[in-house]
Write a new protein. Structure first.
Length: 227
């Protein structure tokens, strides 16, 4: 079925426009404290005094949370639009109609979202790529390849590499500790009503995920104690 890959535009059209700066002005807010408290409850076994070994660790978690809050709405909207647009495309009879419809959508997306996406940093872009994979089940690279072409996907990824972004990146919270932290922050935000929950295409059992990392950290701590 001819598919509209809406989310490919999020990164493909703007990878060359990601901000070069990575600075984050940190100011603790009630929302930050609430998120951190919720995450600490689930990860308290990681260190003797809680999840964070230092103020720098707390700062890193807050910055990560803010990045997630910044880009999650785009990933959520991507999944929603894919569903809506594919349903519309399925009703169109000819390739000409589909191409014409897509061009209209393409122009709208470029005008509506490109200015906002240009404000994202490189690290924001990295997290956006992961969350697109979480919400759609496909990598941004595969989405571009499926809709445009393998050649377009190759050049899009080559451009993204210049800004330390890999469009083939998958969301792997059982393999990647940062992804686990992302999932922890998302779950806390959903539970507190700070982000609107959308079921992920990549289903994740958070209890099992949490147990996995607790077990892994216990093994690591045991090895450190022996050494």
């Amino acid at each position: 079925m001819y598919k509209l890959i809406w989310c490919s535009f999020f990164v493909w059209m703007t990878t060359s426009s990601f901000a070069q700066t990575e600075s984050d002005t940190l100011r603790m807010t009630a929302q930050d404290s609430s998120i951190l408290y919720s995450v600490e409850l689930k990860e308290i076994v990681f260190t003797p005094n809680g999840v964070f070994a230092s103020d720098e660790d707390k700062k890193a978690k807050i910055i990560l949370k803010r990045r997630i809050f910044r880009v999650y709405p785009y990933a959520k909207l991507t999944a929603e639009k894919l569903t809506q647009l594919n349903a519309t495309m399925a009703q169109l009879k000819t390739n000409r109609e589909k191409k014409k419809y897509f061009k209209i959508v393409e122009n709208y997306l470029e005008q509506e979202f490109e200015p906002r996406l240009k404000k994202l940093s490189r690290k924001d872009g990295q997290i956006l790529v992961k969350l697109i994979n979480r919400q759609t089940g496909s990598t941004t690279f595969d989405l571009i390849k499926e809709y445009k072409s393998g050649w377009k996907a190759f050049w899009a990824n080559s451009t993204a590499y210049l800004f330390d972004i890999n469009l083939k990146t998958q969301y792997e919270p059982f393999e990647n500790k940062e992804d686990y932290h992302i999932e922890s922050i998302l779950i806390a935000a959903f539970n507190q009503g700070q982000l609107i929950k959308q079921e992920a295409k990549k289903n994740i059992d958070f209890d099992k995920l949490n147990e996995f990392w607790i077990s892994k950290m216990k093994v690591s701590q045991a090895k450190e104690s022996k050494d």
